[in-house]
Ligand binder design. Structure first.
Ligand SMILES: NC(=O)c1ccc[n+]([C@@H]2O[C@H](COP(=O)([O-])OP(=O)(O)OC[C@H]3O[C@@H](n4cnc5c(N)ncnc54)[C@H](O)[C@@H]3O)[C@@H](O)[C@H]2O)c1
Ligand SMILES: [Zn+2]
Length: 367
């Protein structure tokens, strides 16, 4: 089992990562959280697969467990669903020191985390992420949110869990499409912060695709460590944390312009990363050889084609609504070398249009 510490002073917490570590839940949960009442939140896909093992672990740790199961998918990240969870928490008699546990992907983590942050002004929270994306990204860093009809993640809070429990065995049931979408975020960490991680993935790509447990422990552990270091330096996204948005400026615009119906998040981010590399190359920020290395890596995951009807103007319009714009300009995180990025707010619109046009018109490997 690998242990990664997220260093945030008195809000510090451990991330435990391993394959088949269910039996260790009782000891570690009881160590971090005083046993009492707990509310387990999961979705209709994950709960039947892993709910009973989670309930058993919590009970052995000394918790009384109530469960709420929400429909799978982004549609559950709403205030209405949060309200259902508040009712369940009240019905279960949850008090300030009691525990809410999220068992599922980023949707369940964001929703349960938001409820944990706000119910009784904050109760103890634990994350048990079950998608690759949630394990390397959404469960680390303390961002929680639900969506508003006018936009994604508009209502939320920074709220750190008491622990994160990454059972890699859960990845065995994840679809290949979801797995590869998570892989895009894994590669993102390599591009922005760690050439060593990219080298490891390149050397053992077949093992990574085969979800080989020891490799996954190393890779997921490295990603958590990299994100934890960024979050520890910049918990509330005042500066450094922005580098985690590499590939996301254009990625989010693609998602929004397709009404969140065409791409999985990681698929849109992958396309965004490809365009960011081409922008960096065009601007002379990145050497040709480094760009080729990165594009080769992205190619392994396989770029998803845009819908045939998607127009550049629609993506550019979505770009204008980006939450993270500064003084009316989109901020781009661009690679300067393999494992290093910089923040750029002064890109000319033509360069952006050009890489976008290239992606929208180009044939690609997957999709
Ligand atoms: N808080 C953050 O910092 C942060 C970061 C990135 C993304 N997010 C959020 O995360 C969400 C996306 O997360 P996601 O990609 O995990 O989506 P998700 O939670 O919808 O999970 C994807 C699908 O996989 C299923 N699933 C989950 N675990 C499974 C397993 N082990 N086996 C089989 N099926 C399984 C789910 O039921 C769902 O249908 C978005 O809402 C996004 O906004 C949050
Ligand atoms: Zn992302």
């Amino acid at each position: 089992m690998r242990l990664v510490e997220v260093a945030l002073g008195e809000r510090s917490y451990p991330i435990y990562i391993g394959q088949n570590i269910w039996h260790e839940i009782p000891r570690h949960f009881a160590e971090r959280v005083k046993p009492g009442k707990s509310l387990l939140v999961s979705d209709e896909t994950v709960f039947p697969l892993y709910g009973s093992r989670m309930v058993e672990g919590l009970q052995k740790a000394g918790f009384a467990v109530s469960s709420v199961v929400v429909p799978a998918g982004e549609g559950s990240k709403t205030l209405a669903r949060a309200d259902q969870l508040y009712s369940a928490a009240i019905a279960a008699g949850l008090e300030r020191r009691d525990l809410i546990v999220a068992l599922g992907g980023g949707v369940v983590g964001d929703l349960a985390g938001f409820v944990a942050a706000t119910y009784l002004r904050g109760v103890t929270f634990a994350q048990v992420p079950t998608t690759l994306l949630a394990q390397v990204d959404s469960s680390v860093g303390g961002k929680t949110a639900v969506n508003h009809s006018l936009g994604k993640n508009l209502i939320g809070a920074f709220y750190q869990p008491k622990l994160v429990w990454v059972e890699l065995e859960t990845l065995s049931s994840l679809s290949q499409r979801e797995y590869l979408a998570g892989a895009a975020e894994v590669i993102k960490y390599g591009v922005i912060l760690s050439e060593a991680l990219l080298n490891l993935l390149t050397a053992r790509w077949q093992d990574f695709l085969a979800r080989e447990p020891e490799l996954l422990t190393a890779v997921v552990g490295d990603c958590c460590e990299l994100k934890a270091a960024v979050v520890a330096a910049d918990e509330r996204e005042a500066g450094l944390r922005a580098i985690l948005n590499f590939g996301h400026t254009l990625g989010h615009a693609l998602e929004a312009a397709t009404a969140y119906g065409h791409y999985l998040h990681g698929e849109a981010v992958l396309a965004g990363m490809v365009m960011a590399v081409k922008l960096a190359l065009g601007k002379g920020i990145l050497q040709r050889e480094a760009a080729a290395t990165l594009l080769e890596m992205f190619g392994r995951v396989g770029l998803v084609s845009p819908p045939a009807t998607l127009l550049a103007v629609d993506v550019l319009a979505a770009l204008k609504h980006d939450k993270k714009r500064e003084e009316g300009r989109s901020v781009f995180i661009l690679p300067e070398a393999v494992g290093r990025v910089g923040v750029f707010a002064d890109l000319d619109a033509e360069a952006v249009q050009q890489v976008l046009g290239c992606y929208l018109s180009g044939g690609s490997a997957r999709g």
